[in-house]
Design a protein around this ligand. Structure first.
Ligand SMILES: *Cc1c(COP(=O)(O)O)cnc(C)c1O
Length: 413
C-alpha cells in the first residue's frame, strides 16, 4: 500500500485548495501511529470514558439453539453513545489536540455520528458544528436536541435534496474556509486518504480486544466473524486483527433492503451491480446508474444506507479475503427480535444485519464452529422503525396521543 492505495482502490481525489490540509493531516496521523504514547493514551481514554474493553459475550442460549456451535457477541453497543462510532471520534479528537486545532465539523445523516462528535467535542473542549440536511433535522429531532444540549451548533442544509449528500457539500465548503483551525471528523473508513486508513486504525481496537478475548475464553481462534458494512469502519475494526489468520472466515454484511432483485438496497459488493468509480474523494465500488450517476440507496438501517464502501474493504473483497453477503430488511427485523428474546440484547438495526446473516448460515456451519458477531451498536435509537416494522398497536396509540397533546399545546393562547 502506498499513497493511500489498496490495490486499485483508495487515493485522494480532492480539490487543490485542500491539498495542504490533507498533507498536514497525513503527517499528524503518521506521527501518531509511529508514537506508542498516542495509542496508550487512546486506549486509556477509551477505558476511562467508553467502558472498554467491551465484553465478548458468550451467547449461551443461541449456541444451544444451534446445536452447540459456539456464538460470541462483541459488545460495541456498550460504548459511549451506544456504538463503535465512539472509538473513531475520540481517537480523532486526540489527533485534533495534537494538531493544535480548536474546532471540529462533521456531517451526519441519521444523527449518530453527529451525536458521537458532539460528545467528543464537549469532553475535549472543542467548538463543534454539525451539518445536517434540513429534511434529516426534522426527522431526527431527538438527536438534534441532544447535539445542541451538548453544545454543538447544528446547521440545517436547505440546498439540493436537503439530506446527507448536501450536508457533505456544506461541510467541505466550511472546511475550505476554516482548515487552519478546524478538523473535519469523518465518520467511517471512506473518503480521501488518510481517512480510510486512519479510521480503520482507530477502530482496530475492537479486533485487538476480540482476538485476546476469544483466545482467553475459547482457547482458539474463531472460525467465522460477521460484521455489518455501511462505510466499513466496524467491520474493518474487528477484521484487521484476524487478516493473517487464513482459517478465520470474514463476512461483511451489506443492506439487502427490499431484496437484491428489487434495486432498492445498498449492497455495493454483494449486490453484483456496484461499479468501480470515483466519488467523495476516493476510488471504490459505488452504486451507480448506466451513466455513472450515484443511485438512490435503501435500507431499514440509516447507518448502512450509503452508495460507497471503504476502499480497503473493496480491495479485501477483490483479494477474496473478505466474503460479502446481504441481509434484507425483513430478515433483519426477524433477527433483531430473535436476539432480543434469546439473549436480552437489543441490537441496532445496522448490527442486526450481521446477526441475520449469522443466523442464516449457522445451521450449515460445522458443529465445532466458533462464531463472533460484531454488534456495532444498540437498538434504542431505532424504536420508531422497529415498532413500525413489527406493527405494534400500542405504539401507534402512543404516537396519536402525543400528537393530540402537542396540538393542544399549540392551541393554547
Ligand atoms: C454508523 C453505524 C454503522 C455503519 O458504519 P460502519 O462504518 O460501516 O461501521 C453500523 N452500525 C451502527 C450501530 C452504526 O451506528
Amino acid at each position: 500500500m502506498s499513497h493511500g492505495y489498496h490495490g486499485i482502490f483508495g487515493g485522494a481525489f480532492i480539490p487543490e485548495i485542500l491539498r495542504e490540509t490533507f498533507r498536514r493531516l497525513s503527517a499528524a496521523y503518521s506521527e501518531a501511529r509511529a508514537d506508542p504514547a498516542f495509542w496508550a493514551e487512546y486506549v486509556q481514554l477509551m477505558e476511562n470514558y467508553s467502558g472498554r474493553p467491551t465484553p465478548l459475550t458468550f451467547a449461551s442460549n443461541l449456541s444451544r439453539e444451534f446445536g452447540g456451535r459456539r456464538v460470541y457477541i462483541k459488545r460495541e453497543d456498550l460504548n459511549q453513545t451506544g456504538a463503535h462510532k465512539a472509538n473513531n471520534v475520540m481517537g480523532q479528537g486526540l489527533l485534533v489536540k495534537r494538531m493544535g486545532k480548536r474546532r471540529v465539523i462533521a456531517e451526519t445523516g441519521a444523527g449518530q455520528h453527529g451525536m458521537a462528535t458532539a460528545t467528543m467535542a464537549a469532553r475535549m473542549g472543542l467548538e463543534c458544528v454539525i451539518y445536517m440536511g434540513a429534511e434529516d433535522v426534522e426527522r431526527q429531532r431527538p438527536n438534534v436536541f441532544w447535539m445542541e444540549q451538548l453544545g454543538a451548533r447544528v446547521v440545517p442544509v436547505t440546498s439540493g435534496t436537503r439530506t446527507l449528500k448536501d450536508a457533505i457539500n456544506e461541510a467541505l465548503r466550511d472546511w475550505v474556509g476554516s482548515m487552519d483551525d478546524t478538523h473535519y471528523v469523518l465518520g467511517t473508513a471512506c473518503g480521501a486518504h488518510p481517512f480510510p486508513e486512519m479510521v480503520a486504525w482507530l477502530q482496530s481496537i475492537i479486533g485487538d480486544e476480540a482476538r485476546r478475548q476469544i483466545l482467553a475464553q475459547e482457547g482458539r481462534l474463531p472460525t467465522h466473524i460477521y460484521a455489518c458494512v455501511g462505510g466499513g469502519s466496524n467491520a474493518l475494526g474487528i477484521f484487521q486483527a484476524f487478516l493473517p489468520d487464513t482459517g478465520v472466515e470474514l463476512i461483511g454484511v451489506e443492506a439487502g433492503g427490499d431484496g437484491l432483485d428489487s434495486g432498492r438496497h445498498a449492497a455495493r459488493l454483494a449486490g453484483g451491480d456496484g461499479r468501480v468509480g470515483v466519488a467523495h474523494g476516493y476510488k471504490s465500488y459505488f452504486l451507480q446508474n448506466a451513466d455513472g450517476q450515484m443511485r438512490d440507496t435503501h435500507s431499514v438501517a440509516a447507518g448502512l444506507d450509503y452508495v460507497g464502501v471503504s476502499p480497503i474493504l473493496a480491495h479485501l473483497w477483490r483479494e477474496k479475503r473478505v466474503r460479502f453477503a446481504a441481509a434484507t430488511d425483513v430478515e433483519v427485523v426477524a433477527a433483531l427480535k430473535r436476539l432480543m428474546r434469546a439473549e436480552g440484547i437489543i441490537p441496532a438495526l445496522e448490527s442486526s444485519h450481521a446477526v441475520a446473516r449469522a443466523l442464516k448460515e449457522l445451521p450449515d456451519l460445522p458443529t465445532d464452529a466458533v462464531v463472533i458477531i460484531n454488534l456495532s451498536g444498540r437498538g434504542d435509537k431505532d424504536i420508531l422503525h422497529v415498532a413500525d416494522a413489527i406493527g405494534d398497536p400500542g405504539w401507534r396509540a402512543f404516537i396519536q396521543a402525543k400528537a393530540a397533546h402537542y396540538r393542544g399545546m399549540g392551541e393554547r393562547p
